[in-house]
Design a protein around this ligand. Structure first.
Ligand code: PYC
Length: 402
């Protein structure tokens, strides 16, 4: 089949003058919101505006780890709904997203980490999520290459083990939602930059773009990295700071690592892709920035920490490194729902948790827009919690330090 004959996965459209809903951001959150608006609520006169190409932001820069072993009941319920949606996503979208539920292990190297793991395991179990604390012998059974000797510099005292966690093919999730939304009639406009949001008498009326103005009674900010800049355009201030998060990938080798491994103490997480590469990440950079460049400091630190855990990897070569942008909120939970501007909604502040929340966020934001009020599953994540003092602290569930 020549390139010319290859069927387009989503179509190109002229920019219409008016839509019922404009979604800013063509990542998994924006595309999933568009898809569920159309598929679940019959709202199809929807545009997704993406300043670059779809999936070019956080959706294409994450390490594709899925899990629901959070710390708060609100967080566990929310991310568990996402895992459930991911379990059926390939069938729902008729697109192979390669979700591999290979288990997720968070190592404890000291007593206080072990205490947090036990706490998380209890909260998880009460919410019906499969998650438990295991000992060093079980860690060794699951990951034979791990140095579980008590004489290691950072001995492994145990781990929080979460069998439903795993990895997914992140591009496929983006493309699957894009194709699904397109099939329902949603317009996906790539290379379309929003330059302003029009508000009249406290109500949103449309957006300005570098391709012209569009009217809409509903505008949704589904961006990451630029979420404060977009919200500022509507006059809505977000308690968000943006930090880069770096990642790296090695050459492919034979499969040997069948579990996602996280060490918060060593600031590293690693999984092996179906192609055999190891994908690594670490903690967010220690300064606020919009840079998406990798740094030598990151690779040096990463290499040292990975070898503490698995000395056998010393000969592996890193092929690439990159960074994505993380919008951190004060409590490490997202900001979702309506704002003080009528018709202006936000789905932002994802920190390092954004990709795994794509499906549930799309489903919940679509319901919020269609019904005019946030569904129960996101009721704890409204922006007013920062003024009312109802924070949902999820720092303790982070894969690595922040
Ligand atoms: O929360 O599992 C996580 C995660 C991994 C990488 C970034 N966040």
């Amino acid at each position: 089949m020549s390139d010319a004959e290859w069927p387009r996965t989503w179509r190109r459209h002229d920019l219409a003058d008016t839509y019922d809903v404009i979604i800013i951001g063509g990542g998994v959150h924006g595309l999933a919101t568009a898809y569920y608006l159309a598929a679940n609520h019959g709202i199809t006169n929807v545009a997704v505006l993406e300043k670059s190409y779809i999936g070019s932001g956080g959706s294409g820069r994450n390490t594709a780890i899925l899990r629901s072993n959070y710390l708060t009941p609100e967080g566990v319920r929310f991310y568990d709904r996402s895992v459930k949606l991911y379990e059926h996503l390939a069938a729902d979208l008729n697109f192979n997203v390669m979700f591999s539920q290979r288990g997720h292990m968070t190592l404890a190297h000291n007593d206080s980490s072990l205490r947090t793991m036990r706490w998380r395991a209890e909260v998880n179990k009460r919410q019906g999520v499969d998650s438990d604390v295991i000992g060093p012998d079980e860690v060794k059974d699951l990951v034979p290459h791990m140095d579980t000797s008590p004489y290691a510099r950072y001995p492994i005292l145990g781990a929080l083990y979460h069998p439903p966690g795993g990895i997914v093919r992140h591009d496929a999730v983006v493309w699957g939602y894009a194709r699904g939304a397109d099939t329902h009639g949603v317009h996906i406009h790539q290379k379309t930059t929003v330059t302003g949001i029009d508000v009249d008498g406290g109500k949103v009326t449309g957006v300005q773009t570098d391709r012209g103005r569009i009217s809409a009674p509903v505008v949704v900010n589904c961006t990451a990295g630029w979420s404060t800049l977009i919200s500022d355009m509507a006059g809505v201030e977000m308690p968000v700071q943006t930090f880069p998060l770096q990642a790296a990938v090695t050459e492919p080798v034979k499969p040997f690592l069948n579990t996602v491994v996280v060490s918060g103490t060593l600031h590293v997480y690693v999984s092996q892709t179906d192609r055999g590469e190891l994908v690594f990440g670490a903690s967010v950079d220690p300064f606020a920035s919009y840079s998406i460049r990798g740094s030598l400091e990151f690779t040096e630190g990463l290499g040292g920490h990975v070898l503490e855990l698995m000395p056998a990897l010393s000969k592996m070569r890193l092929l690439r490194q990159w960074a994505g942008l993380c919008d951190m909120t004060p409590d490490y939970s997202p900001i979702m729902g309506p704002t003080g501007v009528d018709g202006f909604y936000v789905d932002v502040g994802w920190g390092t948790y954004g990709f795994k929340a794509g499906p549930v966020s799309g489903e919940a934001m679509a319901a919020c827009i269609a019904d005019g009020r946030p569904p129960e599953i996101i009721s704890a994540f409204g922006i007013d919690r920062f003024t009312d003092g109802r924070l949902v602290g999820e720092k303790g569930a982070a894969a690595v330090g922040h």
